[in-house]
Design a protein around this ligand. Structure first.
Ligand code: NI
Length: 254
């Protein structure tokens, strides 16, 4: 039984066969999914999906790509949605210095506002970090994000960075890249993170694991992520599945 802690199944890439994709995930042993809504367009469709399927939960927040568009009204909207019974986390939020779709100071401000909101509504946060490792850690520390904790989504940093995040009460979530041949850092992190702080995800439709790398990703493929991590740690798949399931349920209180 697997928990895909990060998916975008409301994405238009699933418009043709969404129900089929979700059925396949169930067949592959995925019994819980956290789907992510991250802006004005995707939050409503994310909630629709969480309302349709009892095993799909929602996180709502504002992506750094869209930081430049977030208004006070939007933030207030997220605050209201935090009371929705299927909303179990805020995010994804953070910094993206690869695409730089919003000015970096605006990304930081929107990130800080959401951390403060999460502390107010007492929900864990889902962190998006692309080539912004040090600033992410600094902001989490300055805002005392440890108070709510959360998930370092598709963690791509070093073991040294992972340790700093663990110290701040965060879980480390690994996705497709851990299966890539030359992904040294995620493999090292997969081996070293304490089993009670590890999570698995797909980030569907992105970051497809081997053997489907390059194709559209889907939640059922979280199985390949779990298998690779189990292999790297030298444990049985069942043990890895059970631990990551328990971790997610503990953090998200479900
Ligand atoms: Ni995502």
């Amino acid at each position: 039984m697997l928990f895909d802690t990060h998916a975008h199944l409301n994405d238009e890439k699933f418009d043709e066969d969404r129900d089929e994709v979700i059925r396949r995930a169930r067949e592959n042993g995925v019994t819980r999914i956290m789907n992510i809504g991250y802006n004005r367009e995707t939050i409503p469709t994310c909630l629709e999906l969480a309302e349709k399927y009892d095993f799909i939960y929602a996180a709502v927040g504002w992506h750094p790509h869209d930081a430049k568009d977030m208004t006070d009204e939007d933030l207030h909207w997220i605050e209201e949605l935090a009371r929705h019974p299927k909303v179990v986390a805020l995010g994804e939020m953070g910094l993206d210095y690869y695409w730089d779709n919003s000015p970096r100071d605006v990304q930081a401000e929107v990130f800080r506002k959401q951390i403060r909101l999460a502390k107010k509504v007492k929900l864990p946060i889902v962190i998006h970090d692309r080539e912004a490792h040090q600033d992410i850690v600094d902001i989490l520390r300055e805002e005392n994000a440890a108070e709510v904790g959360g998930i370092m989504h598709c963690f791509s940093g070093s073991w040294e960075l992972a340790r700093q995040c663990l110290d701040m009460n965060f879980y480390i979530s690994l996705g497709g890249p851990v299966t890539f041949k030359n992904a040294k850092k995620p493999k090292e992190v997969a081996q070293k993170v304490p089993l009670d702080r590890l999570l698995i995800e797909t980030d569907s439709p992105y970051l497809t694991p081997e053997p489907y790398r390059g194709k559209r990703n889907e939640s059922g493929y979280v199985r390949y992520v779990a298998e690779k991590i189990a292999e790297l740690r030298g444990v049985e798949l069942e043990e890895l599945a059970e631990a990551t399931m328990n971790n997610a349920r503990t953090l998200l209180k479900i």
